[in-house]
Write a protein of this length. Structure first.
Length: 290
């Protein structure tokens, strides 16, 4: 578990950087650029994590393309990523269709969008999906899973990275107005970012759902030996979810409303139930492509 401890330490350093460095950075930059305090804190945390990772990547044996999950030739990698993207969009769209049939989604808001607005929305959500998938898969299913797999085996690697993946979705966006910023605002920002973990039962369904998704992606990473499919699937799922968030509203008062999470009105018991057979199917599909 030494490799997992290293990566957990990197994440903790990122959190510490938010608490300690955000206020000094805000004093230096806010008068000239007007950066919101929370946005600056988020960037500082990510930058600290990146710098620490780059410093210790070779020591952990994950400083090469293969360990990061990019061992395929470029053309093959792009082909597998594109296939994963199509599968991600198709499978999540199927889930959305079933949710709509059950009356769990209200699409009234979509009727106010014209073709141009829809096009812009699709493009923006696609860009976000690709960015999120690239960053998270490179760090989690690329570097972190490789390092843990070598020391503790594939089962531990899949489960531990899935746990970190699920937890990362509950880092809340906590805003502090400029006029209320003080020397302790970095600590307050960190506390606000992690406040959802103070009420674990309220996020249990969403956490288990995201954990299951993380397991599916980890298994596919182990099966294929790279993260091309993971990036594509992840991007496709996020793309569809972001579009749904913009165009529809959850109907928690519906007969099966309990299947929607209180966290975001989407990931929850329904998506968890959908993820299990989906994961088994994807595992078999990719095992046959080797």
């Amino acid at each position: 578990m030494r490799a997992f401890a290293w990566f957990l330490g990197m994440i903790l350093i990122g959190f510490a950087a938010i608490a300690v460095l955000t206020y000094p950075a805000w004093l230096l930059l806010h008068p000239y650029f007007g950066f919101p305090f929370h946005r600056l804190g988020e960037r500082i945390g990510m930058l600290a994590l990146l710098l620490v990772f780059l410093r210790f990547a070779r020591r952990l044996g994950v400083g090469d393309r293969t360990s990061l999950g990019y061992g395929l030739q470029r053309r093959t990698f792009l082909r597998e990523t594109s296939l994963g993207l199509m599968l991600g969009v198709a499978t999540m769209s199927a889930a959305v269709g079933m949710m709509s049939t059950l009356g769990l989604l209200d699409w009234t808001a979509a009727g106010h969008l014209d073709a141009l607005a829809v096009g812009k929305l699709l493009l923006r959500c696609f860009s976000s999906g690709i960015a999120v998938a690239f960053i998270e898969e490179t760090f989690l299913r690329g570097a972190m899973l490789s390092a843990i797999d070598r020391q503790s085996g594939p089962t531990a690697a899949v489960l531990l990275t899935a746990a970190v993946y699920a937890a990362s979705h509950f880092f809340a966006s906590f805003h502090i107005p400029a006029q209320q910023v003080s020397a302790w605002s970095g600590v307050a920002l960190l506390g606000g970012t992690l406040h959802l973990f103070a009420h674990p039962l309220e996020i249990a369904d969403a956490f288990l759902c995201l954990f299951a998704v993380g397991v599916v992606l980890g298994v596919i990473r182990i099966t294929t030996g790279n993260i091309a499919a993971c990036i594509g699937l992840h991007a496709g799922w996020v793309w569809v979810i972001l579009v749904v968030h913009e165009m529809a509203h959850p109907v928690r008062t519906a007969e099966f409303g309990f299947l929607l999470s209180r966290f975001d009105g989407f990931v929850g018991w329904f998506i968890l139930a959908w993820t299990v057979p989906l994961g088994l199917g994807l595992r078999r599909f990719y095992a046959r492509r080797i």
